[in-house]
Design a protein around this ligand. Structure first.
Ligand SMILES: Cc1cc2nc3c(=O)[nH]c(=O)nc-3n(C[C@H](O)[C@H](O)[C@H](O)COP(=O)(O)O)c2cc1C
Length: 310
């Protein structure tokens, strides 16, 4: 089974939740373009989410979902609004969503936790989730330590439901590799930052286009909250402080409001420019429809080439 059959979408692709970026409007644009659009909730309360869900419903009649960041102080509130607004698909990030799953499943919601290690997938098996998203450390935003290549097969071996690959997928070669590892489709984030519809500041888009493959770093390892961002003044200062064993308070002064500053104000020097390692592959701004269509057609073409040559 491919992911599009599970979700009722045209393409086997999920637009990954991206805090402060994946609004109802952006999710609807991705759903209209053939993928599964996801509204992110990091930093928002339940009321803001309700507004964004209603906006998405106005803009698309295609399926879309909501991503719950479990470390959000509003997680309980958001989990309730998901039920009240009749959301059909939920992905969860940064933690164990076990306590919310029974009510969501009761309501017929498809639940797909994002996992960065097979141990969490094993722990969540008993809740009867529909699929897992195995996200490698190549991704932008909050990350684990395992690479997509090492992680995906180990999650597949640990569970009996479909697995979707995330992290480091931006063209057909990487999508074909995800299929080869056994994934039924992919979740992407970074490649969509370079899209016409993505509501980030123009400076953020240009910073992504300029980035080379090795231009990202992981901040926050010392406090157990690793985040992949573009190298800039903020990340240099942060890593310097981590080396000097700075306190959590000192570290937080560097990152406080940093993603919003980058996304909304275009401050790509002291802001937090979250991006994955595939930023180095992005050279132009495209419509989301073109990004999804090229990704999927490229994946199919690569598989055909392999069948003929290997
Ligand atoms: C700017 C940015 C913000 C992100 N925010 C979230 C988030 O709020 N919740 C979440 O579960 N994942 C988040 N992610 C991860 C994406 O949903 C997705 O899994 C990831 O981007 C896939 O890897 P890629 O960046 O290599 O495409 C974020 C990624 C990026 C690039």
């Amino acid at each position: 089974m491919r992911l599009n059959e599970l979700l009722g979408t045209e393409f086997p692709i999920i637009q990954g939740g991206m805090a402060n970026i994946a609004t109802g409007e952006f999710a609807a644009a991705c759903s209209n373009a053939g993928a599964l659009g996801m509204i992110a909730t990091g930093g928002w309360d339940g009321d803001r989410l309700r507004t964004e869900i209603r906006r998405a419903k106005e803009l698309t009649d295609k399926p879309f979902g909501v991503n719950l960041m479990l470390m959000s102080p509003f997680a309980d509130d958001i989990a309730r609004v998901i039920l009240e607004e009749g959301v059909k698909v939920v992905t969860t990030g940064a933690g164990n969503p076990g306590k919310y799953i029974p009510a969501w499943k009761e309501a017929g919601i498809k639940v797909m936790p994002v996992v960065a290690a097979a141990v969490l997938a094993k722990r969540l098996k008993r809740y009867g989730v529909d699929a897992f998203i195995a996200e490698g450390t190549e991704s932008g935003g909050h990350v684990g330590e395992m690479t997509t290549m090492a992680l995906v097969p180990q999650v597949i071996d640990a569970v009996s439901v479909p697995v979707i690959a995330a992290g480091g997928i931006a063209d057909g070669r990487q999508l074909a590799a995800a299929y080869a590892l056994g994934a039924i489709g992919a979740q992407v984030g970074t490649c969509l930052l370079a899209s016409r519809e993505c509501p980030i500041h123009e400076n953020y888009k240009q910073a992504i286009l300029k980035a080379k493959d090795s231009d990202t770093v992981v901040t926050g390892r010392s406090i157990g909250g690793p985040v992949r961002v573009l190298k800039n003044k903020m990340s240099r200062t942060y890593l310097e402080l981590e080396k000097r064993n700075a306190t959590l308070e000192e570290l937080e002064t560097v990152t406080l409001g940093g993603l919003r500053r980058a996304v909304l104000e275009g401050d790509v020097e002291t802001g937090s420019v979250m991006t994955g390692q595939v930023a180095g592959m992005l050279h132009e701004i495209k419509p989301v429809r073109q990004i999804f269509a090229e990704l999927v057609a490229g994946g199919d073409a690569r598989i055909r080439e392999l069948a003929e040559t290997v």
